[in-house]
Design a binder for this molecule. Structure first.
Ligand SMILES: Cc1ncc(C[n+]2csc(CCOP(=O)(O)OP(=O)(O)O)c2C)c(N)n1
Ligand SMILES: [Mg+2]
Length: 891
C-alpha cells in the first residue's frame, strides 16, 4: 500500500499530465506545427533555466519516420515494376554466376544489388532525371558493388548488348565488355563517377552538390532543381571520408543532396554492428549534424501491427534487438521469429496470433517495399533547407536463399547451385525452364513487351537514361599570350619564388576576358601560406549566403571578403574536401557542359601521400585541372621537420597514368607548362590533369633561353652549357626545382677542379620516363622499322662526361632514367626523414647541395679512372665534408 501522501502526488501528476497534453492538443489542432515547436522549445528553455536537466537524445524510436497516413500511393504500376525488378535481379545474378563459371575467380557481387534492388528501381522509375530534358539531370553515385544490377537494367533498356553482359569483367574480349565497377575511364559513355573505393563516393557527392550551387550562384549555370543522389553501404560509413564532410552539407543547406544508405546490417566479413544498431547510430550522427533523417525500417506488412501498438510495446521491442540478432531473424523461419522476437511478451504474441509462420516470414523490411521507398524519396526531394539521408533496412543477398541470403559469407558469394537457382527463378517468376536453369541464361523480354515499354516510357518521361556520361562542351580558344608573356622575360635581378610567380599568373588568368570566369582557385586554409590573400578581395571567397558579418579586417586592402558570387573555394582544413571540389570542378565539362579550370594549391606533403586515393578517383573520372603542390621538395621548406617536407610526391605521381607532372625551377618554365596544359585540356580536350610543384624559396628568375620550349614540355633541356666544352674532364649535371640552383653552383665548383660541366634543367622525370618506355615498346613492336630514340637518348647520346642528377625527391626519381642514358647516372636525392632546419643545413644533411653534387661528379670521374683519387680526398677537405657523417637515408 502506498501512503496517502504518495497517492496524492501520483494523482496530481496524472492530472498535470492530462492538462498539459490537452493544452498541447489544442495547439496541435490549430494545425500550425511551427507554433507547437516554438512552444516546446520555450518550455525546454524554461526548464533548463530552472535547473532541470533534460536528457539529450538524437534518436527516434526504431520505426519508420514517415507514418502510413502521411504516405501517398506509389504512382504507376507496382506489378509491372515488380516484374522489371525481378528480371533485373535475375540478369544481375546471372552475370556474376556466368562470368565465374567461365573464368573461376573473376569475381563480382550478387548480394549487394540483391539487397538494394528496390532502392534503385524506385529511383529509376520515379526519380532519377536524365540529362535529356533540359540538359540538367540528376547526378547519381551508384554503390560500386551494385554495378551488376545497373548493367542488368541497361540491358533491358537496350543500352547494353547481350555480348557486353557476357563479357562482364572482360573488357579485353572482342566486342568489349563491362568493367567490374563504375569507371569513367574504362566506360566513358556510361559511368560518370568512380565509387568503389569506399568512402570516396559519399564525400565527392557532398562537394558535387555544393559545386552545383557554386555554378548557379556565380551565374555559370541556370538555377535547377537537379539532385545529387549517393548510394552507400552501411559498412562503408566506417570510412572516415564517408562521414567526414556531412556537417558541410548541413551547414550549406544542401537540399539538392540525397543519400540512401542501404542498411543491410552486413559488410564483407560479418555484421556492421553485431552488438549495436547501425541505423540508430547513423540517425544520431546525421541528426546531430543537421540532416533530415528518414528511417525506412519496416514494410507495409508491419503497419497494421504498429497501428495496434498503442502502448509502444512493439516499437520498444524493435528498438532493443541488436543487429546481429536481426540478421539471425532474417535467416530463420517464421516460427523462430514468433518465438524469439515476439515471444518475449505475451502481449506481442497476441498481436501476431492471426498470422501464420509463413506470413510472419514474408513480412518485408522497409527497404524492400517500393511504397515505403517511394515516399521516402518523395519527402527527400521535397525537403527544403537540409540534405536528406534515408536509412533503409534491407537483407543482404535478398532472394539468394540458401546460397547466401543474410549469411555472413554472402558478400563474396559468386556461385549458385541448381536448387538455389531454381528457387530464385520461382521466387521472382523468371520464365526460365528447369532444363535451361543450369545455363543460367540472360533473359530479356520482347521489345514490345509491357515491361520494356514501361521502362522506355518511364525513362523518357524522366529525361533519358541514367547513368550516361557525355561530353557536351565546346573547346576553349586559348591563345592567352597576354597572360604568360611577362614570365618569359625574367625578373632582372628581383628575387621571386615559383609560388609567387604562380599566384601572379593565377591573378592574371582570373582577369582574362575569355577564361577568367572559368578559373576555380581551391585552397585548404593555405591562401596566406602561398601569398594568395590578395585574391580574397579581388575575386571573393565563395559563400552561398554572402557575408553576414563585418570582417575584422574590413579596413585593410586585402580583407576577407566572402560573397555569393565569390570565385575562390576556401575549403578549410580538408585536403579530401578540396580534392572532391577539384573533381567536381574538373569534371564539369562532362557533368555540366562547362569548361571549368580548377587550380588546387596545397602543402604538397598532404596531397598524394594523404589523399592519393581521391587523386586516383580524379584520374579515373577524367578530371581536368591543375594540382599545385606548394612548398614542395624535402629541403625547400625550411624549419618544418619531417611532417611537411615532401620528397615523395613526384615519385607517387609516376603511378597516375593521366597525371602530367612537372617540377619547374623558373617562371618561364611554369608559364610554358601551364599555358600548354590549358591548351591540351581545354582546347584539345585531352583527359589529363597536371601536378606541378611550386616552391617558396626566392631567387632571380632568368630569361627563357631561346629554343627551350619543347625541352621544357618534354622533360629536359640544356640550361647552361659548359664553359670549356673541349676540356678533358667533362660532366653533365641535372637538376630540377630549386635544386637546379645548387647544380648551377656545382658547375662553378667543378670548374675549379678542371671539370667542365653542362647544366640541364629536368622539368619532368615522369615525362622522360614515360617517353623512354613508350619508345622502347614501339621499337619492340616494330622490328622492321628504323628504331626510334627516346628523348633522353636524343638529348644525351653525344654529350661527354659523367652524369650526375640531384633532386629534392627520392633518388629513385633520377634513377628511373638509367636505361636510356648513355652512361650510368649518379643520383643524389632526399631519401629519409626531414629535419626542422634551414635550407642550407637540410641540403648539407641530405647531401644535395652544390658541394655534394660536385663531389659526386668527381667520384664518378675517379670511378672511370679519369681522375686521381687523391683529388677526391682533397675535395672532401676543400668542401668540408665529413666522411663519417650519418647516412641521411635512415638517420
Ligand atoms: C576503401 C575500400 N576498402 C575495402 C573495400 C573492399 N570491400 C568491398 S565491399 C566491402 C563490404 C561492403 O559493405 P557495405 O558497405 O555494408 O556494403 P553492402 O555490400 O553491404 O551494401 C568491402 C570491405 C573497398 N571496396 N574499398
Ligand atoms: Mg552493408
Amino acid at each position: 500500500m502506498r501512503n496517502p501522501a504518495q497517492r496524492d502526488s501520483a494523482d496530481i501528476e496524472a492530472l498535470e499530465q492530462r492538462e498539459w497534453r490537452e493544452a498541447l492538443d489544442y495547439v496541435i489542432q490549430q494545425g500550425d506545427r511551427g507554433r507547437v515547436q516554438r512552444l516546446l522549445a520555450t518550455l525546454r528553455h524554461h526548464a533548463r533555466m530552472n535547473d532541470v536537466a533534460l536528457p539529450f537524445t538524437a534518436v527516434t524510436a526504431y520505426v519508420n519516420t514517415i507514418q502510413p497516413d502521411q504516405e501517398t500511393p506509389l504512382p504507376g504500376s507496382q506489378e509491372i515494376e515488380r516484374r522489371i525488378k525481378s528480371l533485373i535481379r535475375w540478369n544481375a545474378m546471372a552475370m556474376v554466376v556466368r562470368a565465374n563459371r567461365v573464368s573461376e575467380g573473376i569475381g563480382g557481387h550478387i548480394s549487394t544489388y540483391a539487397s538494394a534492388a528496390t532502392l534503385y528501381e524506385v529511383g529509376f522509375n520515379h526519380f532519377f532525371r536524365g540529362k535529356g530534358r533540359d540538359g540538367d539531370g540528376d547526378i547519381v553515385y551508384f554503390q560500386g558493388h551494385a554495378s551488376p544490377g545497373i548493367y542488368a537494367r541497361a540491358f533491358l533498356e537496350g543500352r547494353l548488348s547481350l555480348e557486353k553482359l557476357e563479357n562482364f569483367r572482360h573488357e579485353q574480349r572482342p566486342g568489349g565488355g563491362l568493367s567490374s565497377y563504375p569507371h569513367p575511364w574504362l566506360m566513358p559513355d556510361f559511368w560518370e563517377f568512380p565509387t568503389v573505393s569506399m568512402g570516396l563516393g559519399p564525400i565527392m557527392s557532398i562537394y558535387q552538390a555544393r559545386f552545383n550551387r557554386y555554378l548557379e550562384d556565380r551565374g555559370l549555370k541556370k538555377p535547377s532543381t537537379s539532385k545529387v543522389w549517393a548510394f552507400l553501404g552501411d559498412g562503408e560509413t566506417d570510412e572516415p571520408e564517408a562521414l567526414g564532410a556531412i556537417s558541410l552539407a548541413a551547414r550549406e543547406k544542401l537540399d539538392n543532396l540525397v543519400w540512401v544508405i542501404n542498411c543491410n546490417l552486413q559488410r564483407l566479413d560479418g555484421p556492421v554492428r553485431g552488438n549495436g544498431q547501425i541505423v540508430q547510430e547513423l540517425e544520431a550522427i546525421f541528426r546531430g549534424a543537421g540532416w533530415n533523417v528518414i528511417k525506412v525500417l519496416w514494410g507495409c506488412d508491419w503497419d497494421p501491427l504498429l497501428a495496434k501498438d498503442h502502448d509502444g510495446l512493439l516499437a520498444r521491442r524493435m528498438g532493443e534487438v541488436v543487429d546481429g540478432q536481426y540478421q539471425k531473424y532474417a535467416v530463420e523461419s517464421g516460427a523462430y521469429l514468433r518465438e524469439h522476437f515476439f515471444g518475449t511478451d505475451p502481449r506481442l504474441l497476441e498481436m501476431v496470433k492471426h498470422l501464420s509462420d509463413d506470413q510472419l516470414k514474408r513480412m518485408r523490411l522497409g527497404g524492400h517495399d517500393p511504397q515505403k521507398i517511394y515516399n521516402a524519396y518523395k519527402r527527400a526531394v521535397e525537403t527544403k533547407g537540409q540534405p536528406t539521408v534515408i536509412l533503409a533496412r534491407t537483407i543482404k543477398g535478398y532472394g539468394m536463399g540458401e546460397a547466401g541470403e543474410g549469411k555472413n559469407v554472402t558478400h563474396q558469394q559468386k556461385k549458385m547451385n541448381e536448387s538455389d537457382l531454381r528457387s530464385f527463378r520461382t521466387r521472382f517468376g523468371i520464365p526460365v525452364s528447369d532444363e535451361q536453369i543450369g545455363e543460367t541464361p540472360f533473359y530479356r523480354p520482347a521489345d514490345d513487351s509491357v515491361e520494356l515499354q514501361y521502362i522506355r516510357e518511364r525513362r523518357k518521361a524522366l529525361g533519358g537514361y541514367v547513368p550516361a556520361r557525355s561530353v557536351r562542351v565546346e573547346p576553349l580558344k586559348v591563345p592567352l599570350d597576354g597572360v604568360f608573356e611577362e614570365f618569359f622575360n625574367g625578373t632582372e635581378g628581383r628575387k621571386a619564388s615559383t609560388t609567387m610567380v604562380f599566384v601572379r599568373m593565377l591573378s592574371k588568368l582570373l582577369r582574362d576576358k575569355e577564361i577568367g570566369d572559368l578559373i576555380v582557385p581551391i585552397v585548404p586554409d593555405e591562401a596566406r601560406t602561398f601569398g594568395m590573400e590578395a585574391l580574397f578581395r579581388a575575386v571573393g571567397i565563395y559563400s552561398h549566403v554572402g557575408q553576414r558579418y563585418e570582417p575584422v579586417d574590413m579596413d585593410t586592402l586585402l580583407y576577407y571578403k566572402e560573397a555569393k558570387d565569390g570565385q575562390i573555394l576556401e575549403e578549410g582544413i580538408t585536403e579530401a574536401g578540396s580534392m572532391s571540389s577539384f573533381i567536381a570542378a574538373g569534371t564539369a565539362y562532362a557533368t555540366h557542359g562547362v569548361n571549368m579550370i580548377p587550380f588546387f594549391i596545397y602543402y604538397s606533403m598532404f596531397g598524394f601521400q594523404r589523399v592519393g586515393d581521391l587523386i586516383w578517383a580524379a584520374a579515373d573520372s577524367r578530371t581536368r585541372g591543375f594540382l599545385l603542390g606548394g612548398t614542395s621538395g624535402r629541403t625547400t621548406l625550411a624549419g618544418e621537420g619531417l611532417q611537411h617536407q615532401d620528397g615523395n610526391s613526384h615519385v607517387y605521381s609516376l603511378a597516375y597514368p593521366n597525371c602530367v607532372s612537372y617540377d619547374p625551377a623558373y617562371a618561364y618554365e611554369l608559364a610554358v607548362i601551364i599555358q600548354d596544359g590549358i591548351r591540351r585540356m581545354y582546347h584539345d580536350q585531352e583527359s589529363i590533369f597536371y601536378y606541378l610543384t611550386v616552391m617558396n624559396e626566392q631567387y632571380e628568375m632568368p630569361e627563357m633561353p631561346k629554343g627551350s620550349r619543347e625541352g621544357i614540355l618534354r622533360g629536359m633541356y640544356r640550361f647552361k652549357a659548359a664553359g670549356d666544352p673541349k676540356a678533358k674532364l667533362r660532366a653533365q649535371l641535372f637538376g630540377s626545382g630549386t635544386i637546379l640552383n645548387e647544380v648551377i653552383k656545382a658547375q662553378d665548383v667543378l670548374s675549379k677542379y678542371g671539370v667542365a660541366a653542362d647544366v640541364w634543367s629536368v622539368t619532368s622525370y615522369q615525362e622522360l620516363y614515360r617517353n623512354g618506355h613508350a619508345t622502347e615498346r614501339w621499337n619492340m613492336l616494330h622490328p622492321g622499322e628504323k628504331p626510334r630514340e627516346s628523348y633522353v637518348t636524343e638529348c644525351l647520346k653525344d654529350e661527354p662526361g659523367v652524369l650526375v642528377a640531384a633532386s629534392d625527391y627520392l633518388k629513385v626519381l633520377p634513377d628511373c632514367l638509367a636505361r636510356w642514358a648513355p652512361r650510368r647516372i649518379r643520383s643524389l636525392g632526399t631519401d629519409g626523414f626531414g629535419r626542422s632546419e634551414d635550407r642550407q643545413a637540410l641540403r648539407n644533411f641530405f647531401e644535395v647541395d652544390a658541394r655534394y653534387i660536385a663531389l659526386a661528379a668527381l667520384a664518378e670521374l675517379v670511378r672511370k679512372e679519369q681522375l686521381d683519387r687523391k683529388i677526391l680526398q682533397q675535395a672532401l677537405k676543400d668542401l668540408q665534408i665529413d666522411p663519417e657523417k650519418a647516412n641521411p637515408a635512415i638517420s
